[in-house]
Design a protein around this ligand. Structure first.
Ligand SMILES: Nc1nc2c(ncn2[C@@H]2O[C@H](COP(=O)(O)OP(=O)(O)OP(=O)(O)O)[C@@H](O)[C@H]2O)c(=O)[nH]1
Ligand SMILES: [Mg+2]
Length: 324
């Protein structure tokens, strides 16, 4: 799935309905007095947080929203119907900026709502202006316009586990094997251009474009993705058995993470040695031990064509993500 993590939208609350001028007409009382109803209130506009992290992509083709307007007043003193409120669904973790005022707010919990634009009040019908001195008021007022606004929405992904590693380390392949996502897999570096997400036992996994030396200064796909890694709760660092010196490759990426932000180095991490089918199992086991001793972190071996290893990794990860 292609990923939209920022968007600008326009929204307008509903207009208030107009009040009307009308007279009560009864058979035995040709002029029963003013009976023009008031207009209904326009609908308000809210943002609402939903679990669907791909929600913003729905709005790219039509980023304009409008809540329902209030109905006009009716005869026989009937009030116009209130316009329905409009809820704009945004992913949990959205930070929203009102562009005119610069006000910022975040929606961090599923189901959380915030009212951002007020619908216009309904106008008064002529009945409202009735008094002892004026029993036949001709006045009425129009409804107020609903408020309008422009908003910049930025998703600050709340990802449980982010896959990092060099281009072609096998991140997308592994993500596909563990989740039902269909991230593009390629034989060339930088196949993944946008982070893509997958659901795994109720956790969110993110496949992130490959990092290279100099990423922290903007080389390769650079900064844009390091920003996403900053928000992940844990990191899965893939190192492929293809590399001559796996330790060196691992440390290169760690260095980039640290240069971007030292706190990335303190995140909980699992090292995943990928493409194990390319080497003998003794070599794989030996390398695993060396990694464990050298870095004092959990290390897993995997190949996407080895069901047993995939199963072991899945059960390891579900425990790993459960621990705080
Ligand atoms: N032999 C073998 N090849 C694999 C394995 N996993 C992935 N590959 C291959 O490695 C290549 C790169 O895989 P991707 O999953 O696209 O790698 P990536 O880390 O997502 O790459 P970028 O998105 O470019 O950073 C593809 O040709 C895959 O078929 C594996 O377990 N064993
Ligand atoms: Mg990829």
């Amino acid at each position: 799935m292609s990923f939209v993590d920022e968007i600008k939208i326009k929204a307008k609350a509903g207009d208030g309905g107009n009040g009307i001028v009308s007279w009560l007409r009864l058979k035995y009382m040709p002029n029963g007095g003013p009976a023009g109803g008031d207009g209904g209130k326009g609908g308000d506009v809210y943002f609402r947080a939903v679990r669907d992290l791909t929600k913003l992509a729905d709005y790219t083709s039509n980023p304009n929203f409008k809540a329902e307007s209030g109905g006009h007043g009716m005869k026989n003193s009937k009030e116009g119907k209130d316009g329905a409120d409009l809820y704009i669904d945004v992913p949990v973790g959205s930070q929203i900026t009102e562009l005119k005022t610069g006000n910022k707010f975040s929606l961090l919990k599923e189901g959380e709502t915030i009212k951002v634009l007020r619908g216009g009040k309904g106008g008064f019908g002529n009945e409202h202006f009735k008094s002892s001195r004026n029993t036949t008021p001709m006045e009425h007022t129009d409804g107020e316009p609903g408020e309008e606004g422009e908003f910049y929405i930025e998703l600050q992904m709340i990802v449980d586990l982010g896959f990092v590693g060099l281009p072609s380390a096998g991140k997308s392949s592994l993500m596909n094997a563990l989740t039902r996502s269909r991230a593009k897999v390629g034989d060339y570096p930088f196949t993944t251009l946008e982070p893509s997400l997958g659901a795994f036992h109720g956790y969110v996994l993110a496949d992130i474009p490959g990092l290279i030396e100099g990423a922290a200064e903007g080389r390769g796909l650079g900064h844009k993705f390091l920003r996403h890694i900053k928000r992940t709760k844990a990191i899965a660092h893939l190192v492929s058995f293809e590399y001559e010196n796996m330790f060196e490759e691992y440390e290169k990426i760690r260095k980039e993470l640290g240069e971007y932000s030292p706190e990335l180095l303190d995140k909980k991490e699992v090292i995943i040695l990928s493409k194990s089918d390319l080497v003998d199992s003794e070599v794989a086991e030996k390398t695993k031990k060396e990694f464990e001793e050298k870095y004092k972190k959990p290390v897993q071996i995997v190949s996407i064509i080895n069901d047993e290893q995939l199963k072991n990794l899945a059960s390891f990860l579900s425990n790993f993500l459960k621990e705080k």
